[in-house]
Design a protein around this ligand. Structure first.
Ligand code: SF4
Length: 172
């Protein structure tokens, strides 16, 4: 028993090393996004996230934008609960038959001008779930899409870079 304890203390943990923090890049991107939103809209950006059938991997990265590390709200960029308050719809996953109508209604409820961003490979063309009996396909099969952010899932930095390219395309 003592030998086992000693071995477990000496052995390094069986986990992958953590990635290098991208704190500066994220802070710069978020600050640029906030300035671009103020120029284009006269105020900060409001985002409504719509899970149209995702595996939730994309949601984990989107939620990370609000955690203590990325803390997107310090730049005034907010996730809102209602599409009526949103400038951007951030849609994840392949659109499923069950979510098709909800996505259409969310799109209709979002006031103009609005942008739709399809997040993740599944949102482009159905990805892994393409051809499934419950899957309609990519987001553009249901509502018009302004930007695709690829990745499975895309990182928080890729999400911010994509949003910046959307709000201020000439700077991207
Ligand atoms: S792109 Fe990847 S992480 Fe995102 S919903 Fe599809 S399978 Fe999940």
């Amino acid at each position: 028993m003592r030998k086992l304890l000693l071995e477990s203390l000496m052995r390094p943990p069986l986990t992958e090393p953590a990635p290098e923090p991208a704190g500066h890049a994220v802070a710069e991107l978020a600050a640029s996004l906030e300035r671009a939103a103020r120029r284009r809209l006269g105020r900060s950006l409001a985002i409504r996230e719509v899970d149209a059938g995702s595996c939730n991997g994309c949601e984990l990265e989107i939620h990370a934008l609000s955690n203590a590390f990325y803390d997107l709200e310090r730049f005034g960029i907010r996730f809102v609960a209602s599409p009526r308050h949103a400038d951007v719809l951030l849609v994840t996953g392949p659109v499923t038959e069950n979510m098709r109508q909800a996505l259409e209604r969310t799109y209709d409820a979002t006031p103009d001008p609005k942008w739709v961003v399809a997040v993740g490979d599944c949102a482009v063309d159905g990805g892994l779930f393409s051809g499934g009996y419950a899957v309609v396909g990519g987001v553009s099969k249901v509502v018009p899409v302004d930007l695709h952010i690829r990745g499975c899932p895309p990182t928080p930095t890729a999400l911010l870079a994509g949003l910046l390219a959307l709000v201020e395309p000439e700077k991207a």
